[in-house]
Ligand binder design. Sequence first.
Ligand SMILES: *Cc1c(COP(=O)(O)O)cnc(C)c1O
Length: 403
Amino acid sequence: MINFKELAATYKTPLYVYDLDYMSAQYEELKSAFKGRKSIMAFAIKSNSNLSVIKHFATLGSGADCVSIGEVYRAVLAGVPNYKIIFSGVGKSDDEITQAIKLDILYINVESEAELGRVELIAKELGAKCRISIRVNPNIDPQTHPYISTGLHDNKFGVEIDTAKRMYIKANNSEYLDPVGIHFHIGSQLTELKPIYESAEIVADLVRSLQNIKIELKFFDIGGGLGVKYKDETTITPYDYAQAILSTLKGLDLTVICEPGRFLTANGGYFLTKVLYEKRNGDKRFVVVDGGMNDLLRPSLYKAYHKIEAITESLTKLSEADVVGPVCESGDFFAKGYLLPTLEHNDLLVIHSAGAYGFGMGSNYNTRGRSAEVAIKGKEVKLIRKREEFEDLIALEKEYLDN
Ligand SMILES: *Cc1c(COP(=O)(O)O)cnc(C)c1O
Protein backbone atom coordinates (compact mmCIF):
# COMPACT_ATOMS: atom_id res chain seq x y z
CA MET A 1 0.00 0.00 0.00
CA ILE A 2 1.31 3.42 -0.95
CA ASN A 3 1.17 5.98 1.85
CA PHE A 4 -0.31 8.85 -0.13
CA LYS A 5 -0.77 11.05 2.92
CA GLU A 6 2.90 10.88 3.77
CA LEU A 7 3.90 11.53 0.16
CA ALA A 8 1.64 14.59 0.02
CA ALA A 9 3.12 15.87 3.29
CA THR A 10 6.70 15.38 2.10
CA TYR A 11 6.46 16.51 -1.52
CA LYS A 12 3.38 18.78 -1.38
CA THR A 13 0.56 18.77 -3.91
CA PRO A 14 -0.33 18.58 -6.74
CA LEU A 15 1.95 15.58 -7.18
CA TYR A 16 2.42 12.67 -9.56
CA VAL A 17 3.38 9.34 -8.00
CA TYR A 18 4.62 6.37 -10.04
CA ASP A 19 4.81 2.78 -8.86
CA LEU A 20 7.78 1.38 -10.79
CA ASP A 21 7.22 -2.16 -9.48
CA TYR A 22 3.76 -2.17 -11.04
CA MET A 23 5.25 -0.93 -14.31
CA SER A 24 7.89 -3.71 -14.24
CA ALA A 25 5.19 -6.34 -13.73
CA GLN A 26 3.21 -5.02 -16.71
CA TYR A 27 6.36 -5.01 -18.85
CA GLU A 28 7.27 -8.58 -17.94
CA GLU A 29 3.74 -9.85 -18.55
CA LEU A 30 3.62 -8.36 -22.03
CA LYS A 31 7.16 -9.36 -22.95
CA SER A 32 6.59 -12.95 -21.87
CA ALA A 33 3.36 -13.18 -23.87
CA PHE A 34 5.54 -13.13 -27.00
CA LYS A 35 7.94 -15.82 -25.83
CA GLY A 36 9.01 -18.25 -28.51
CA ARG A 37 9.34 -15.38 -30.99
CA LYS A 38 12.05 -12.71 -31.18
CA SER A 39 10.54 -9.50 -29.86
CA ILE A 40 11.40 -6.03 -28.64
CA MET A 41 9.11 -4.05 -26.37
CA ALA A 42 9.65 -0.41 -27.36
CA PHE A 43 8.12 1.72 -24.61
CA ALA A 44 6.02 4.53 -26.11
CA ILE A 45 7.68 7.45 -24.41
CA LYS A 46 4.88 9.91 -25.02
CA SER A 47 2.74 8.08 -22.45
CA ASN A 48 5.18 8.98 -19.68
CA SER A 49 8.38 10.68 -20.69
CA ASN A 50 10.07 11.26 -17.34
CA LEU A 51 13.75 10.30 -17.76
CA SER A 52 13.75 8.09 -14.68
CA VAL A 53 10.70 6.18 -15.94
CA ILE A 54 12.34 5.65 -19.35
CA LYS A 55 15.54 4.55 -17.62
CA HIS A 56 13.55 2.09 -15.54
CA PHE A 57 12.18 0.43 -18.67
CA ALA A 58 15.59 0.57 -20.38
CA THR A 59 17.01 -1.38 -17.44
CA LEU A 60 14.38 -4.06 -18.05
CA GLY A 61 15.58 -4.33 -21.66
CA SER A 62 13.00 -2.09 -23.25
CA GLY A 63 13.52 -0.06 -26.40
CA ALA A 64 11.73 3.21 -27.09
CA ASP A 65 9.08 4.38 -29.53
CA CYS A 66 9.48 8.12 -30.03
CA VAL A 67 7.30 10.67 -31.80
CA SER A 68 9.69 13.64 -31.82
CA ILE A 69 13.45 14.07 -31.88
CA GLY A 70 13.12 15.38 -28.33
CA GLU A 71 11.78 12.00 -27.28
CA VAL A 72 14.63 10.30 -29.16
CA TYR A 73 17.12 12.36 -27.13
CA ARG A 74 15.27 11.50 -23.94
CA ALA A 75 15.58 7.81 -24.79
CA VAL A 76 19.30 8.12 -25.52
CA LEU A 77 19.90 10.10 -22.34
CA ALA A 78 18.00 7.55 -20.26
CA GLY A 79 20.18 4.73 -21.57
CA VAL A 80 18.06 3.12 -24.29
CA PRO A 81 20.50 1.72 -26.87
CA ASN A 82 20.18 3.49 -30.26
CA TYR A 83 19.51 0.17 -31.99
CA LYS A 84 16.29 -0.16 -29.97
CA ILE A 85 14.95 3.31 -30.75
CA ILE A 86 12.15 3.87 -33.27
CA PHE A 87 11.07 7.25 -34.56
CA SER A 88 7.38 7.45 -35.54
CA GLY A 89 5.00 10.31 -36.32
CA VAL A 90 3.17 11.87 -39.21
CA GLY A 91 5.11 15.14 -39.41
CA LYS A 92 8.87 14.90 -38.97
CA SER A 93 10.90 17.98 -39.86
CA ASP A 94 14.06 17.84 -42.00
CA ASP A 95 16.04 18.63 -38.92
CA GLU A 96 14.49 15.75 -36.98
CA ILE A 97 15.12 13.31 -39.83
CA THR A 98 18.75 14.47 -40.11
CA GLN A 99 19.38 13.94 -36.41
CA ALA A 100 17.65 10.55 -36.37
CA ILE A 101 19.83 9.34 -39.28
CA LYS A 102 22.98 10.61 -37.58
CA LEU A 103 22.03 8.76 -34.40
CA ASP A 104 21.70 5.51 -36.39
CA ILE A 105 18.51 4.43 -34.61
CA LEU A 106 16.76 1.13 -35.40
CA TYR A 107 14.48 2.69 -38.03
CA ILE A 108 12.31 5.63 -38.94
CA ASN A 109 8.61 4.85 -39.32
CA VAL A 110 7.65 6.62 -42.53
CA GLU A 111 4.07 7.80 -42.89
CA SER A 112 3.78 9.20 -46.44
CA GLU A 113 5.34 9.09 -49.90
CA ALA A 114 6.42 12.68 -49.49
CA GLU A 115 8.19 11.82 -46.25
CA LEU A 116 9.94 8.89 -47.90
CA GLY A 117 11.27 11.33 -50.49
CA ARG A 118 12.60 13.66 -47.80
CA VAL A 119 14.24 10.81 -45.87
CA GLU A 120 15.94 9.58 -49.05
CA LEU A 121 17.20 13.05 -49.95
CA ILE A 122 18.54 13.71 -46.46
CA ALA A 123 20.19 10.27 -46.25
CA LYS A 124 21.84 10.99 -49.60
CA GLU A 125 23.16 14.35 -48.37
CA LEU A 126 24.57 12.63 -45.30
CA GLY A 127 26.04 9.78 -47.36
CA ALA A 128 24.03 7.34 -45.25
CA LYS A 129 21.67 4.45 -45.81
CA CYS A 130 18.63 4.93 -43.58
CA ARG A 131 16.68 1.99 -42.18
CA ILE A 132 12.98 2.58 -42.57
CA SER A 133 9.67 0.98 -41.83
CA ILE A 134 6.39 2.05 -43.38
CA ARG A 135 3.30 2.73 -41.34
CA VAL A 136 0.35 1.05 -43.00
CA ASN A 137 -3.17 2.29 -42.37
CA PRO A 138 -5.25 -0.90 -42.59
CA ASN A 139 -8.55 1.01 -42.61
CA ILE A 140 -9.93 -0.90 -39.63
CA ASP A 141 -12.18 0.73 -37.04
CA PRO A 142 -10.50 0.16 -33.69
CA GLN A 143 -13.68 1.02 -31.75
CA THR A 144 -12.11 3.49 -29.42
CA HIS A 145 -12.50 7.24 -28.73
CA PRO A 146 -12.31 9.16 -32.06
CA TYR A 147 -9.44 11.32 -30.77
CA ILE A 148 -7.27 8.23 -30.20
CA SER A 149 -8.37 6.26 -33.24
CA THR A 150 -5.64 6.18 -35.89
CA GLY A 151 -6.24 3.20 -38.17
CA LEU A 152 -8.97 4.52 -40.45
CA HIS A 153 -8.48 6.34 -43.75
CA ASP A 154 -10.27 9.25 -42.05
CA ASN A 155 -7.31 9.55 -39.72
CA LYS A 156 -4.12 11.32 -40.76
CA PHE A 157 -1.87 8.36 -39.92
CA GLY A 158 -0.09 5.89 -42.19
CA VAL A 159 -0.59 5.01 -45.86
CA GLU A 160 -2.90 2.68 -47.77
CA ILE A 161 -1.75 -0.81 -48.69
CA ASP A 162 -1.19 0.01 -52.38
CA THR A 163 0.76 3.14 -51.55
CA ALA A 164 2.85 1.19 -49.06
CA LYS A 165 3.73 -1.37 -51.68
CA ARG A 166 4.84 1.33 -54.10
CA MET A 167 6.93 2.91 -51.34
CA TYR A 168 8.64 -0.40 -50.49
CA ILE A 169 9.61 -0.88 -54.13
CA LYS A 170 11.00 2.63 -54.28
CA ALA A 171 12.90 2.20 -51.00
CA ASN A 172 14.26 -1.17 -52.05
CA ASN A 173 15.64 0.35 -55.25
CA SER A 174 17.25 3.26 -53.44
CA GLU A 175 20.91 3.36 -52.47
CA TYR A 176 20.01 5.49 -49.46
CA LEU A 177 17.08 3.57 -47.99
CA ASP A 178 16.94 0.18 -46.35
CA PRO A 179 13.37 -1.04 -45.82
CA VAL A 180 13.57 -3.30 -42.77
CA GLY A 181 10.17 -3.09 -41.13
CA ILE A 182 6.44 -2.68 -41.45
CA HIS A 183 4.31 -0.87 -38.92
CA PHE A 184 0.70 -0.37 -37.94
CA HIS A 185 -0.86 1.29 -34.92
CA ILE A 186 -4.64 1.55 -35.17
CA GLY A 187 -5.42 3.45 -32.00
CA SER A 188 -5.08 3.68 -28.28
CA GLN A 189 -7.04 2.21 -25.37
CA LEU A 190 -8.06 -0.76 -27.55
CA THR A 191 -10.37 -3.18 -25.77
CA GLU A 192 -11.46 -5.32 -28.73
CA LEU A 193 -9.19 -8.00 -30.11
CA LYS A 194 -10.84 -8.37 -33.50
CA PRO A 195 -9.67 -5.08 -35.08
CA ILE A 196 -6.10 -5.82 -33.97
CA TYR A 197 -6.21 -9.33 -35.40
CA GLU A 198 -7.72 -8.12 -38.68
CA SER A 199 -5.11 -5.38 -39.02
CA ALA A 200 -2.26 -7.80 -38.33
CA GLU A 201 -3.66 -10.14 -40.97
CA ILE A 202 -3.82 -7.39 -43.60
CA VAL A 203 -0.28 -6.25 -42.80
CA ALA A 204 1.11 -9.80 -42.69
CA ASP A 205 -0.41 -10.40 -46.14
CA LEU A 206 1.43 -7.36 -47.39
CA VAL A 207 4.68 -8.78 -45.97
CA ARG A 208 4.05 -11.98 -47.93
CA SER A 209 3.33 -10.15 -51.16
CA LEU A 210 6.56 -8.18 -50.68
CA GLN A 211 8.44 -11.44 -50.21
CA ASN A 212 7.12 -12.52 -53.59
CA ILE A 213 8.93 -9.59 -55.16
CA LYS A 214 12.09 -10.25 -53.16
CA ILE A 215 11.65 -7.56 -50.54
CA GLU A 216 12.50 -9.21 -47.24
CA LEU A 217 11.57 -7.37 -44.05
CA LYS A 218 12.90 -8.11 -40.56
CA PHE A 219 10.55 -6.31 -38.21
CA PHE A 220 6.79 -6.59 -37.76
CA ASP A 221 5.88 -3.53 -35.71
CA ILE A 222 2.43 -3.91 -34.18
CA GLY A 223 2.32 -0.47 -32.54
CA GLY A 224 0.85 -0.01 -29.10
CA GLY A 225 -2.70 0.61 -28.03
CA LEU A 226 -3.42 -2.19 -25.59
CA GLY A 227 -6.22 -0.86 -23.39
CA VAL A 228 -6.38 -0.77 -19.60
CA LYS A 229 -9.09 -0.71 -17.00
CA TYR A 230 -10.02 2.80 -15.88
CA LYS A 231 -13.49 1.87 -14.61
CA ASP A 232 -15.26 -1.31 -15.70
CA GLU A 233 -13.87 -1.90 -19.20
CA THR A 234 -13.20 -5.47 -20.22
CA THR A 235 -9.65 -5.52 -21.51
CA ILE A 236 -7.60 -7.82 -23.71
CA THR A 237 -5.06 -10.00 -21.91
CA PRO A 238 -1.46 -9.75 -23.15
CA TYR A 239 -1.55 -13.48 -23.83
CA ASP A 240 -4.61 -13.28 -26.12
CA TYR A 241 -3.18 -10.19 -27.78
CA ALA A 242 0.12 -11.90 -28.53
CA GLN A 243 -1.54 -15.12 -29.70
CA ALA A 244 -3.81 -13.21 -32.11
CA ILE A 245 -0.84 -11.43 -33.63
CA LEU A 246 1.44 -14.43 -33.77
CA SER A 247 -1.29 -16.47 -35.47
CA THR A 248 -1.03 -14.12 -38.48
CA LEU A 249 2.75 -14.58 -38.76
CA LYS A 250 2.93 -18.30 -39.50
CA GLY A 251 5.89 -19.09 -41.73
CA LEU A 252 7.30 -15.57 -41.41
CA ASP A 253 10.67 -15.08 -39.73
CA LEU A 254 10.08 -11.62 -38.30
CA THR A 255 11.00 -9.96 -35.05
CA VAL A 256 7.90 -8.52 -33.40
CA ILE A 257 8.19 -4.96 -32.18
CA CYS A 258 5.52 -3.84 -29.76
CA GLU A 259 5.14 -0.20 -28.71
CA PRO A 260 3.16 -0.25 -25.46
CA GLY A 261 2.58 3.01 -23.62
CA ARG A 262 -0.61 3.15 -21.61
CA PHE A 263 -0.54 -0.57 -20.78
CA LEU A 264 2.79 -0.17 -19.01
CA THR A 265 2.21 3.10 -17.21
CA ALA A 266 -1.46 4.13 -16.81
CA ASN A 267 -2.39 2.20 -13.71
CA GLY A 268 1.04 2.63 -12.16
CA GLY A 269 0.47 6.35 -11.73
CA TYR A 270 -1.51 8.47 -9.27
CA PHE A 271 -2.21 12.16 -9.21
CA LEU A 272 -2.47 13.64 -5.73
CA THR A 273 -4.40 16.83 -5.21
CA LYS A 274 -5.66 18.61 -2.11
CA VAL A 275 -9.08 19.97 -1.44
CA LEU A 276 -9.12 23.76 -1.24
CA TYR A 277 -12.83 24.37 -0.70
CA GLU A 278 -16.27 22.98 -1.09
CA LYS A 279 -18.89 25.25 -2.64
CA ARG A 280 -22.45 25.14 -3.86
CA ASN A 281 -24.13 26.93 -6.73
CA GLY A 282 -27.81 26.28 -6.14
CA ASP A 283 -28.19 22.50 -5.93
CA LYS A 284 -24.84 21.84 -7.47
CA ARG A 285 -21.95 20.75 -5.28
CA PHE A 286 -18.35 21.52 -6.26
CA VAL A 287 -15.13 20.29 -4.69
CA VAL A 288 -12.37 22.72 -5.67
CA VAL A 289 -8.90 21.19 -5.60
CA ASP A 290 -5.35 22.50 -6.09
CA GLY A 291 -4.65 20.45 -9.26
CA GLY A 292 -6.08 21.48 -12.61
CA MET A 293 -6.51 20.59 -16.26
CA ASN A 294 -3.00 21.90 -16.86
CA ASP A 295 -1.77 18.99 -14.70
CA LEU A 296 -4.07 16.21 -15.90
CA LEU A 297 -5.92 16.96 -19.12
CA ARG A 298 -7.60 13.64 -19.91
CA PRO A 299 -10.98 14.34 -18.28
CA SER A 300 -11.25 17.69 -20.10
CA LEU A 301 -9.94 16.43 -23.45
CA TYR A 302 -11.62 13.03 -23.70
CA LYS A 303 -14.21 13.11 -20.90
CA ALA A 304 -12.02 10.32 -19.54
CA TYR A 305 -13.03 8.61 -16.32
CA HIS A 306 -10.52 8.46 -13.48
CA LYS A 307 -11.28 6.78 -10.18
CA ILE A 308 -11.02 9.23 -7.28
CA GLU A 309 -10.21 8.11 -3.76
CA ALA A 310 -10.80 10.56 -0.92
CA ILE A 311 -8.46 10.39 2.05
CA THR A 312 -10.40 12.08 4.80
CA GLU A 313 -11.63 11.70 8.37
CA SER A 314 -15.07 12.71 7.16
CA LEU A 315 -17.75 10.09 7.84
CA THR A 316 -20.62 11.87 6.14
CA LYS A 317 -22.91 10.29 3.59
CA LEU A 318 -21.74 10.29 -0.01
CA SER A 319 -23.27 12.79 -2.38
CA GLU A 320 -22.58 13.82 -5.95
CA ALA A 321 -19.99 16.49 -6.61
CA ASP A 322 -18.06 17.93 -9.53
CA VAL A 323 -14.35 17.84 -8.76
CA VAL A 324 -12.89 20.98 -10.35
CA GLY A 325 -9.54 22.74 -10.52
CA PRO A 326 -8.53 26.40 -10.23
CA VAL A 327 -8.01 27.00 -13.98
CA CYS A 328 -10.27 29.60 -15.56
CA GLU A 329 -12.10 27.23 -17.89
CA SER A 330 -15.42 25.44 -17.35
CA GLY A 331 -13.71 22.42 -18.90
CA ASP A 332 -11.35 22.26 -15.94
CA PHE A 333 -12.66 19.23 -14.08
CA PHE A 334 -11.51 15.78 -12.98
CA ALA A 335 -14.98 14.28 -12.52
CA LYS A 336 -18.63 15.24 -12.73
CA GLY A 337 -21.30 13.93 -10.40
CA TYR A 338 -18.79 11.81 -8.47
CA LEU A 339 -19.94 10.37 -5.13
CA LEU A 340 -17.82 11.80 -2.31
CA PRO A 341 -18.22 12.50 1.41
CA THR A 342 -18.17 16.10 2.63
CA LEU A 343 -14.57 17.20 2.39
CA GLU A 344 -12.49 19.56 4.47
CA HIS A 345 -9.75 21.98 3.52
CA ASN A 346 -6.51 19.97 2.97
CA ASP A 347 -8.22 16.57 2.60
CA LEU A 348 -6.41 14.57 -0.06
CA LEU A 349 -7.85 13.19 -3.30
CA VAL A 350 -5.98 10.43 -5.09
CA ILE A 351 -6.77 10.35 -8.78
CA HIS A 352 -6.02 6.89 -10.11
CA SER A 353 -4.78 5.68 -13.51
CA ALA A 354 -2.75 8.84 -14.04
CA GLY A 355 0.53 7.25 -15.13
CA ALA A 356 -0.11 7.54 -18.87
CA TYR A 357 -0.86 10.75 -20.77
CA GLY A 358 -0.90 12.60 -17.46
CA PHE A 359 2.11 14.73 -16.69
CA GLY A 360 3.25 14.74 -20.32
CA MET A 361 0.08 16.43 -21.55
CA GLY A 362 0.47 19.09 -18.91
CA SER A 363 1.02 22.76 -19.61
CA ASN A 364 1.73 26.01 -17.87
CA TYR A 365 -1.68 27.47 -18.68
CA ASN A 366 -2.70 30.14 -16.17
CA THR A 367 1.02 30.41 -15.27
CA ARG A 368 0.81 27.31 -13.15
CA GLY A 369 4.06 25.44 -12.60
CA ARG A 370 3.86 21.77 -13.39
CA SER A 371 3.72 19.29 -10.50
CA ALA A 372 6.60 17.40 -9.01
CA GLU A 373 6.93 13.68 -9.86
CA VAL A 374 8.07 10.93 -7.50
CA ALA A 375 8.78 7.26 -8.13
CA ILE A 376 8.43 4.32 -5.76
CA LYS A 377 10.51 1.18 -6.13
CA GLY A 378 10.41 -1.38 -3.36
CA LYS A 379 10.60 0.63 -0.15
CA GLU A 380 12.41 3.50 -1.79
CA VAL A 381 10.72 6.78 -2.75
CA LYS A 382 12.59 9.17 -5.04
CA LEU A 383 11.90 12.62 -6.39
CA ILE A 384 12.28 12.35 -10.19
CA ARG A 385 11.20 15.86 -11.19
CA LYS A 386 11.21 19.04 -9.17
CA ARG A 387 8.10 21.15 -8.95
CA GLU A 388 8.28 24.05 -11.41
CA GLU A 389 8.71 27.45 -9.77
CA PHE A 390 7.68 30.86 -11.06
CA GLU A 391 11.25 31.58 -12.16
CA ASP A 392 11.22 28.45 -14.38
CA LEU A 393 8.07 29.64 -16.10
CA ILE A 394 9.42 33.06 -17.07
CA ALA A 395 13.03 32.06 -17.75
CA LEU A 396 12.73 32.28 -21.54
CA GLU A 397 10.86 35.62 -21.55
CA LYS A 398 12.47 37.67 -18.85
CA GLU A 399 15.50 38.87 -20.81
CA TYR A 400 13.22 40.49 -23.43
CA LEU A 401 11.39 42.71 -20.93
CA ASP A 402 13.72 45.67 -21.37
CA ASN A 403 13.95 45.52 -25.15
C1 LIG B 1 0.89 6.64 -29.00
C2 LIG B 1 1.57 5.59 -29.74
C3 LIG B 1 1.85 4.36 -29.12
C4 LIG B 1 1.42 4.03 -27.72
O1 LIG B 1 0.04 3.93 -27.58
P1 LIG B 1 -0.59 3.37 -26.22
O2 LIG B 1 -2.03 3.40 -26.46
O3 LIG B 1 -0.16 4.27 -25.13
O4 LIG B 1 -0.06 1.98 -26.04
C5 LIG B 1 2.54 3.42 -29.85
N1 LIG B 1 2.95 3.66 -31.13
C6 LIG B 1 2.68 4.84 -31.75
C7 LIG B 1 3.16 5.04 -33.14
C8 LIG B 1 1.99 5.83 -31.09
O5 LIG B 1 1.71 6.98 -31.71
